[in-house]
Design a protein around this ligand. Structure first.
Ligand code: SGN
Ligand code: CA
Length: 527
């Protein structure tokens, strides 16, 4: 055994890691043997950024609303095509990332629960091995961040304009647009605030493009002259699916509000609400905002659109504002990448781009997330790591936000605790996915009754199939993604699929045991 490895082992033991906790990976071995410096990690995260709105993923929006800077990460690194979340909603996703555990074990099963910050998290473990840990932006876990040496986070959902930040020194209000401010703070920390002798992990966590999709003033006219392509299933009638898809409350048609979401002053209480929200703006911001929306709103109100025409108009306004928010995200990713290049940090910094879950951009007539259906279940994951990830790599292995914590630990050469439930993606990134890589993933969404009315469900996904169990309703759905990539028709009752259903039920039972799920308690009141 090489000398450097032995000393690293003694070093880690001296930090309190017993040999039982020693899940030693190939990368730790190689970094020890080659004496390569441990990498810095910059984790860039957005809120509700669907992969459909990243041009590196292709899709109908790629030419109209490209993301050249996020694509820079993909060009120099790896694009993951099958990264899924454990529970498609904000706080649960964030808690899974911090702990490497499914919701039922980290405690954050839905957005209403407070995160218990005294539990084991990857930033605490990284600090133990000498990393600096910092987080700026959306946090959304109700309790104060723990394990971070430096933190400045948005309260709750945060604000787009002139946002408040919570810091260890108290609440501070900043002037400007939230996405720009988060990148400013990132660059400032990298340049002026960190200890340059230590490796770091920095979490740059955008609020954008979360509802209600407020663009920066400089982007208010972007896309004015274009028509955003519609998804083919914008007018989905949910035939071929069960009760849950029929009874949700997240359609552009019925749920999306003209004033709050689409910035149309409706002269009623919703209009008053929009007006109150605008009260944070400076005079200059408000002038730019009104100049952008007023005339267009008047033209819209005069048309008295109804039915499908109204849905089409709402879709256009929604998508333009959403994509305008993404433009600011992309520009700021570019600023930060430029800083890494210029400062020389790029060479030894892993850069990761991801979102807390996917999002509906009109597919099935929806916005929002929560479902195990593809657009919300799958999340973008793109990573570059000079010297380890081959430029332009594309990966189709089943990976998850459950894996992020162990991946960070592995990158840092830190041990991965046995009670974390994911897998390190380091070998996958190095192009050496182990032969016995996972063949399935477990999913569980809990928040019901709640906004958007998505019924509780759990399920199992393989690369080809998805089995969903809406257990309060007593209904199952099965999708064959090869045949039906947009999940328009459940095959659960098709006798040809009976063997697939039987196999997946067995696999679901195995995963429930493996991940230590408590028994399901269907609740007949929650139908
Ligand atoms: C708010 C939004 C919902 C959204 C949840 C959760 N409504 O309640 O549309 O699903 O947040 O979002 S809003 O009227 O306040 O915009 S999450 O990203 O925090 O999970
Ligand atoms: Ca979110």
């Amino acid at each position: 055994m090489p000398q450097s490895f032995l000393s690293r082992r003694r070093f880690l033991k001296s930090l309190g890691y017993g040999s039982a906790a020693f899940a030693l990976s190939s990368s730790l071995l190689s970094s020890c043997t080659t004496g390569k410096k441990r990498p810095n990690i910059l984790f860039i995260f957005s809120d509700d950024h669907g992969y459909q709105a990243i041009s590196a993923y292709g899709g109908r929006l790629k030419d109209i609303a490209p993301t050249p800077n996020i694509d820079r990460i993909a060009k120099k690194g790896m694009r993951f095509n099958k990264c899924y979340v454990t529970n498609s909603i904000c706080a649960p996703s964030r808690a899974t990332i911090l702990t490497g555990k499914h919701s039922h074990l980290n405690g954050v099963i839905d957005n209403r629960v407070k995160f218990d910050g005294s539990q084991q998290t990857f930033p605490k473990l990284l600090r133990k091995v000498g990393y600096q840990t910092a987080i700026v932006g959306k946090w959304h876990l109700k309790t104060e961040p723990t394990g971070f040496e430096f933190w400045q986070v948005l309260p709750g959902q945060g604000q787009y304009y002139n946002p408040d930040f919570l810091t260890p020194e108290g609440k501070k209000r900043e002037t400007g647009y939230v996405t720009d401010i988060i990148a400013d703070k990132t660059i400032d920390w990298l340049e002026n605030k960190r200890d340059k002798e230590k490796p770091f992990i920095f979490m740059m966590q955008n609020k954008a493009p979360h509802r209600s999709w407020w663009p920066a003033t400089r982007h208010l006219h972007l896309f004015d002259d274009v028509t955003i392509p519609e998804p083919f299933n914008l007018f989905d009638d949910y035939s071929g699916r069960g009760t849950a898809a029929h009874k949700q409350d997240m359609t552009i048609e019925k749920t999306m509000r003209l004033a709050q979401d689409l910035k149309v002053d409706t002269k009623d209480k919703n209009g008053a609400q929009l007006e109150r929200a605008k009260n944070r703006m400076t005079d200059e911001q408000r002038k730019a905002w009104d100049a952008a929306y007023t005339t267009k709103n008047e033209a819209f109100l005069q048309k008295h659109l109804k039915g499908k025409e109204l849905v089409r108009w709402k879709y256009q306004r929604y998508m333009k504002d959403y994509l305008r928010c993404i433009r600011a995200v992309d520009e700021n990713v570019g600023r930060v990448l430029d800083y890494l290049d210029k400062s020389g940090l790029a060479e030894n910094t892993v850069v990761i781009y991801s979102s807390d879950q996917g999002f509906y951009l009109g597919e099935h007539g929806w916005f929002d997330k929560r479902w195990m259906y593809e657009e919300s279940y799958r999340t973008p994951l793109i990573a570059k790591w000079p010297g380890v990830i081959k430029p332009g790599a594309v990966n189709d292995d089943l990976v998850s936000n459950l894996d992020f914590a162990q991946t960070f630990l592995d990158m840092a050469g830190a041990p991965q605790p046995q009670d974390m439930q994911g897998l390190s993606l380091v070998p996958v990134m190095a192009g050496k996915t182990p032969q016995n890589w996972r063949k399935s993933l477990y999913y569980h969404y809990y928040e019901y009754p709640a906004v958007h009315s998505v019924r509780r469900h759990e399920g199992v996904a393989t690369r080809r199939y998805k089995l969903l169990n809406f257990y309060d309703l007593g209904e199952w759905e099965l999708y064959d993604l090869e045949k039906d990539p947009h999940e328009m028709h459940s095959e659960y009752d098709n006798p040809q699929y009976a063997p697939v259903v039987a196999d997946l039920k067995k696999e679901l039972a195995r995963l429930r045991k493996f991940y230590k799920l408590p028994p399901l308690k269907p609740d007949p009141k929650r139908i």
